[in-house]
Design a protein around this ligand. Sequence first.
Ligand code: HEM
Length: 169
Amino acid sequence: MSRLSPAVRKALLTLHLVTSLGWLGADLVLLTLGVAGLRGADPAVVYPTAGLVVTYLFAPLSVVVWLVGVASSLLTPWGLLRWRWVLVKFVLTTVLLGLVLLLLTPRIRQLGELGAAASTHYRVDLVVAPAISSTLLLVATVLSTYKPWGRLRPATPARRRPVAVAPRS
Ligand code: HEM
């Protein structure tokens, strides 16, 4: 059962949408910078910019998205372990958070410091990593809207499918 009033739940959903889709947007910005770098844009501009985007937007957002996503599950009738689409999204976002904080952020910061001195190997990283993560975030978005695969366990009368956004208020 939801522990939140309809107004607070809508505010939480709004925060979840703004942060998670903002995360996807920041990821696409990184991908754009990576492609621009490989296509000959000034590396002394492109890579330090990517370093700033990762440090001040992408990495902090990844933590906020995880926290708000978990709150959106635990504080609403969806729960974290009741519906397959929620669980898959949780696992996917958790893996992505680990990769972002442990691999992608240090790597792109380094690329930002190297600027024009960055090797092709480093430059390709700024295309491959955001291409993979953007695809996974797109998958998370589609899972959220289509909500496939049903429940993990059969519903008890008190735990029926939560009502979708529109009829809530
Ligand atoms: C820890 C990870 C996440 C969890 C546990 C989670 C969980 C949830 C839950 C429970 C809802 C329903 C909220 C409600 O009805 O009040 C929801 C909605 C939604 N989530 Fe997530 N989420 C996570 C990450 C993401 C990510 C990474 C994205 C996309 C990049 C995303 C996109 C969406 C969208 C678009 C909706 C709205 C679906 C609708 O209202 O029909 N979520 N999420």
